[in-house]
Write a protein that binds this ligand. Structure first.
Ligand SMILES: NC(=O)c1ccc[n+]([C@@H]2O[C@H](COP(=O)([O-])OP(=O)(O)OC[C@H]3O[C@@H](n4cnc5c(N)ncnc54)[C@H](O)[C@@H]3O)[C@@H](O)[C@H]2O)c1
Length: 325
């Protein structure tokens, strides 16, 4: 299948492109390289350097009618930035999605897998969180993902016969042999912890140590990027017959302290911490129920926290400067 992977030069997109190649699909990467890296794209994959807002480029891509499906990951995704620059977030993640869908459907492409986020749930009333839990995003980033899902659901109910699968990822971590995580700036816990282990940062910030959890730090659900990639190929196949929304997590949580202790053990390095005040909108626990993805997509994650941290660590040791281009 010819699959357009938007954001395919980014962390998750590069791993998904790798997985598509492995099973004999033909990924085509669209990326503006605002965050992505050329060397993250697997060798041999066609790359279109263009912005999602570039309608002429989209017409070109979809004009020939040969793109059969899309995995749409290109987005801006830093929660704090979204609070400071909400309009930029709505333009990038919502307005661009609209024009993208129009171009896609005009080109006869009707199948899309969408990168959504646990951020749509905001501060959920209960854990584990199922897809039935009310989605009340508490920041503009989460709202843009929720709006994206709403647009897709409405488009699927309309005349265009679109089929979509929205995947609400919890915290993605880990690496493959070839591809690892490198955002600028890096806001995710595991790569930050590993930067401390490497001596690139003095300490890890613990935002809140007085939560109602066993060790007082927040609990989050982590998912290995290879398990996530597997879910995308299953979701892609599912778009041949139905639409839906699915959580992707491990069904279990780890506290920030547990992540740091596990990383200290795996790396054999000291990881100093600095206690900081709580951040607004950080719930004590976010743990996914992935039962729906298991039942309907036949997906189950196979890798735990140890494998996420050790694969990310090995990737950093092999690539001390991360991606250089
Ligand atoms: N990393 C996580 O833990 C996580 C969790 C939940 C959801 N997500 C979602 O998954 C997707 C991928 O996340 P990631 O961590 O790989 O991010 P990333 O920043 O590494 O990748 C995003 C890619 O999209 C590209 N891009 C951004 N805006 C673009 C535009 N306007 N036109 C063309 N290309 C553009 C960037 O250059 C980058 O290569 C995002 O939609 C994100 O919101 C990620």
């Amino acid at each position: 299948m010819r699959v357009l992977v938007t954001g395919g030069a980014g962390y998750i997109g590069s791993v998904i492109s790798e997985r598509l190649l492995q099973r004999g699909d033909v990924p085509i990467v669209l990326d503006n390289f605002s965050q992505g890296h050329r060397t993250a794209v697997p060798p041999g994959v066609e790359v279109v350097q263009a912005d999602l807002a570039d309608i002429a480029a989209l017409r070109n891509i979809f004009g020939g009618g040969t793109v059969e499906a899309v995995i749409h990951m290109a987005a801006v995704s830093i929660v704090g930035d979204s609070v400071r620059q909400p309009l930029r977030y709505y333009r990038e993640n919502v307005a661009n999605l609209l024009s993208f869908l129009e171009a896609m459907m005009r080109g006869g492409c009707r199948r899309i897998v969408f990168s959504s986020s646990a951020a749509v749930y905001g501060e959920p009333a209960e854990v584990p969180i199922s897809e039935e839990c009310p989605a009340h995003a508490v920041n503009p980033y989460g709202s843009t993902k929720l709006m994206g899902e709403r647009i897709l659901a409405d488009a699927a109910a309309g005349d265009g016969a679109l089929r979509f699968i929205s995947l609400r990822y919890f915290n993605v971590a880990g690496a493959t042999r070839a591809a690892g995580e490198m955002h600028h700036p890096e806001t995710h816990l595991i790569p930050r912890v590993l930067e401390v282990a490497l001596g690139e940062r003095p300490h890890v910030e613990l935002y809140g140590t007085d939560y109602s959890t066993a060790d007082g730090t927040c609990i989050r659900d982590y998912i290995h990027v290879e398990d996530l990639a597997e879910a995308h190929v299953l979701a892609l196949d599912r778009t041949s017959r139905s639409s839906g929304i699915y959580n992707l997590g491990n069904n279990r949580g780890y506290s920030v302290r547990e992540v740091i202790e596990t990383a200290a053990r795996i790396t054999g390095r000291k990881i100093p911490v600095e206690n900081c005040p709580r951040r607004a909108g950080d719930p004590p626990q976010l743990i996914a129920s992935h039962r729906k993805a298991a039942d309907e997509l036949g997906w189950s994650p196979r890798r735990g926290l140890e494998e996420m941290i050790s694969s990310a660590w090995e990737w950093r040791l092999r690539n001390p400067r991360g991606y250089t281009e």
